[in-house]
Design a protein around this ligand. Structure first.
Ligand SMILES: [Zn+2]
Length: 435
C-alpha cells in the first residue's frame, strides 16, 4: 500500500536551511512512522515493554505502550534503543590496499573514500553520532553526511589537534581560534605521550591551560588525551572539559575529575585489543614496535583495574568512547560489551554512557541520546534485550537516523507484506517541494 503524501503542506520557507547549511538531498518522511518492538530502553535509564515509538519527519513525537493498531515497522522480539554515540573515533584511519595501517602514498580521494566506508559501517553498527578526534578530511565527510548524500553517523570533529609542538601559550590560543574558524566542533589536546611510549606528560600546564581557556572563550569543548597522573591533573586544573584514556589515573585524579565536573572517557575494551588482533598490519609503523606492543599487552589489565576503580568514585561521569582506529570501525559496541561482561558495569549504566551521557558531553543532549518526544528520530533495534544480554548490541537489525531508515534486516523474519516502501527514490519523491 502506498502511503498518501498529501500532507506536505508545511511551510517550506521555515524548512529552508540558512545559506551556510548544507542542502539535504535526502529528507526524512513527513508522514507518521510507527516502530513497535518488544521493549524500548530510552537511554536515560527507563524501559517500557510492548513499546511503540511514533516518528514524524525527523522527530520522535510519542512513545506509547500496548498499542493495538498495526505499526509501520513491526519489530517483534526486538529492543529499541536511541542511536548509539561514540565520542572518540578516528574515522579517517584505515588499512590501505596492502592491508597495512600505513597510508602514505594514498591520494586524498582514496583516503576520503576509506573514511566514507568507515562512516557507513559505523552507522550500520547502530552508531548514529560519532565524534572524530580528528582529521581535516572529516570536514567534507561531515558535510556530505549532513546533506544526506552519504550514509553515515552525525559527525563532529576536532579537525587538527593541539600538542606540545603547537607553540607558546599565545601561539596555542591563535591555533584554537583557527580551528574554530575552520569549523571544528571541539578542540583535541595531546597532553601526554602515547601509552606505547609510557604516557608521560608532554604539554606544560601553561600550554594545556592556554588551549582549554581559549577554547572555552570561543565556545568550544576540549577533549584531552592524558595517560599519566600529571597530565590528567593539568587537564583538570586547566579548565578542560573531558579527559580521555586516563590509563594511569589514581584515586586522586579520579576524585579530582569528579569534584571538578570533568568528564572521563576511558577506553578499555576495543582499541588495545584491536592493535593486538591486527599486529602485523600495524607492526613497524611509528611506535608500533616490540616495545610498543609489550606496553599494549600490559595496558589491558591495567586499564581494566583503573575502570573498575573509576566505577566506585561517586560523581564521576564515565562516557563511552572507543578510540576506534583502523580495524575497529563498525565494532564500537565491543567497548560496551567489554565494560559490562568483563568490568562488571551495570548494562543500564553502560548503555546510558553510550547514549544520554555522551549526548550531554557533546552538547547535543536536547537532540540525541534518548528516545523521548521532541528528540531527533535516531532509533535502532537490536535482536534481544541488551539489559539482560549485552551482546545484543552486536545484532543491530534496524537503524533510523533523523527519521530516515538506513537499515532494516528485521523485515526478513516478519510475516506479511510491509506497509511502507523505504527506497531512496520514494523518499525523494515524497518530499518534492513542488507538491
Ligand atoms: Zn584517539
Amino acid at each position: 500500500m502506498k502511503i498518501l503524501r498529501t500532507t506536505v503542506v508545511v511551510c517550506l520557507a521555515a524548512l529552508r536551511p540558512a545559506a551556510s547549511e548544507p542542502i539535504a538531498q535526502i529528507r526524512p518522511e513527513t508522514q507518521t512512522i510507527t516502530l513497535r518492538a518488544a521493549s524500548v530502553f530510552d537511554g536515560r535509564g527507563r524501559s517500557m515493554p510492548d513499546a511503540t515509538v511514533v516518528v514524524q519527519g525527523s522527530k520522535i513525537v510519542r512513545v506509547e505502550t500496548g498499542r493495538t493498531s498495526p505499526a509501520t515497522y513491526e519489530l517483534r522480539g526486538l529492543t529499541l534503543l536511541p542511536g548509539l554515540i561514540d565520542t572518540h573515533v578516528h574515522l579517517d584511519t584505515h588499512f590501505g590496499k596492502d592491508g597495512r595501517a600505513d597510508n602514505r602514498g594514498e591520494t586524498v580521494q582514496q583516503r576520503i573514500l576509506y573514511e566514507a566506508e568507515n562512516a557507513y559501517v559505523t552507522l550500520m553498527a547502530g552508531f548514529t553520532t560519532v565524534q572524530s578526534l580528528g582529521s581535516p578530511l572529516d570536514v567534507d565527510v561531515r558535510a556530505a553526511i549532513a546533506r544526506g548524500a552519504l550514509p553515515g553517523p552525525r559527525l563532529l570533529t576536532s579537525i587538527r589537534p593541539v600538542d606540545e609542538n603547537t607553540g607558546t601559550p599565545e601561539q596555542i590560543r591563535a591555533f584554537v581560534r583557527k580551528v574554530k574558524a575552520d569549523g571544528a566542533d571541539l578542540v583535541k589536546l595531546f597532553a601526554s605521550k602515547s601509552s606505547r611510549e609510557g604516557g608521560a606528560q608532554t604539554m606544560t600546564d601553561e600550554q594545556v591551560a592556554a588551549a582549554c581557556g581559549e577554547a572555552k572563550a570561543v565556545g568550544l569543548r576540549t577533549w584531552v588525551h592524558a595517560h599519566s597522573p600529571g597530565s590528567i591533573r593539568a587537564a583538570v586544573n586547566g579548565g578542560c572539559s573531558v579527559v580521555t584514556h586516563g590509563s594511569q589515573a589514581t584515586t586522586e585524579e579520579l576524585q579530582l575529575m569528579a569534584r571538578r565536573g570533568v568528564l572521563f572517557e576511558p577506553n578499555i575494551g576495543l582499541v588495545s585489543q584491536n592493535y593486538l588482533e591486527n599486529r602485523s598490519r600495524y607492526y613497524g609503523i611509528g611506535n608500533f614496535d616490540d616495545q610498543g606492543f609489550a606496553f599494549t599487552e600490559k595496558l589491558i589489565p591495567l586499564k581494566l583495574a583503573m575502570f573498575k576503580h573509576a566505577m566506585t568514585v561517586s560523581g564521576l561521569t564515565l562516557l563511552m568512547g572507543t578510540d576506534a582506529g583502523a580495524g575497529a570501525h563498525g565494532r564500537s559496541a565491543e567497548e560496551i560489551v567489554y565494560r559490562v561482561q568483563i568490568a562488571g558495569q551495570r548494562a543500564a549504566d553502560a548503555l546510558m554512557g553510550a547514549t544520554s551521557l555522551n549526548a550531554r558531553a557533546i552538547e547535543l543532549g536536547d537532540r540525541v541520546g534518548a528516545i523521548a518526544p521532541g528528540m531527533d528520530a535516531d532509533v535502532i533495534a537490536v535482536d534481544g534485550d541488551p539489559l539482560k544480554d549485552i551482546t545484543a548490541l552486536r545484532r543491530v537489525v534496524f537503524v533510523m537516523r533523523n527519521g530516515v531508515v538506513y537499515k532494516n534486516i528485521a523485515r526478513s523474519k516478519l510475516p506479511g507484506p510491509r506497509k511502507h516502501e523505504d527506497t531512496k527514490n520514494a523518499r525523494r519523491s515524497g518530499f518534492s517541494p513542488g507538491k
